[in-house]
Design a protein around this ligand. Structure first.
Ligand code: PGA
Length: 254
């Protein structure tokens, strides 16, 4: 294998799908999962997790949540805890997605507490970071990313319990994608900054995913960058054919 880090192709379904759609999509993804080199993950809305986990059981598709609380139980109406996700068969959880940061006011500090709880529950935390267009235009991208990493990633992070997703906010759901060079620049920065902050042994193997309008047509060039270790895919993960085509692009590079 040419790469030390195994590609992770993760679908973030966001708030999409009723029961039948979700199960059909999960089955279609599972049907194309056999014999792959890249790891496949689907993150359905909380309402579908159990059904999706049942539908992909015994296949190579992993299941994750889209958010989880920093407590395992208690008076937190509407929230879902990491042990609950684990209980349903999840192995991953997405934390600190920019939509959660923007619409639910999640701070770095809160994301870090959630990641600690996810780790304690035995989940791999996919911690999201990314700059806004205004921050990029002001030349603040790299410092913004460092601040988010420092604030959101707990000290006990390792390649086994943590994945980072770099998702430029201006590229999410907009059809605009970072160029492979823009992505690699930030991924390289995350690698270097993380190694200095958390120690090379704890960080060199951490997978850094790109997210933001990744699709079959641009996946190969993004994934061919040395520090792009997979994708966090929104829109294109809702069609099994597109999601699997992105996984094909990853497999071809491994
Ligand atoms: P997108 O979403 O692929 O639809 O841009 C990615 C994400 O927000 O995780």
């Amino acid at each position: 294998m040419a790469r030390d880090r195994r590609f992770l192709i993760a679908g973030n379904w966001k708030m999409n799908g009723l029961l039948k759609d979700g199960v059909d999509l999960a089955k279609a993804v599972a049907a194309g999962a056999d014999g792959r080199k890249a790891e496949l993950l689907v993150c359905p809305p909380a309402t579908l997790i159990k059904s999706v986990a049942d539908a992909v059981q015994g296949t190579a598709v992993a299941v994750g949540g889209q958010d989880s609380h920093y407590e395992n139980e208690g008076a937190y109406t509407g929230d879902v805890s990491p042990v609950m996700l684990k209980d349903l068969g999840c192995s991953y959880v997405i934390l600190g997605h920019s939509e959660r940061r923007a619409y639910h006011g999640e701070s770095d500090e809160e994301v870090k507490a959630k990641a600690e709880a996810a780790h304690a529950a035995g989940l791999v935390a996919i911690i999201c970071v990314g700059e806004t267009e205004q921050q990029r235009d002001a030349g603040e991208t790299l410092p913004v990313i460092s601040t988010q990493i420092y604030g959101s990633v707990p000290e006990g992070a390792t390649p086994q319990n943590t994945v980072i997703a770099y998702e430029p906010v201006w590229a999410i759901g907009t059809g605009r994608t970072a160029t492979p060079e823009q992505a690699q620049d930030v991924h390289d920065h995350i690698r270097t900054y993380g190694m200095a902050t958390y120690g090379p042994d704890n960080w060199e193997g951490v997978r850094i995913l790109y997210g933001g309008s990744m699709k079959p047509g641009n996946a190969a060039e993004l994934l061919s960058q040395p520090d792009v270790d997979g994708g966090l895919i929104g829109g294109a993960s809702l069609k099994a054919e597109d999601f699997l085509a992105i996984a094909d692009a990853a497999d071809a590079l491994m």
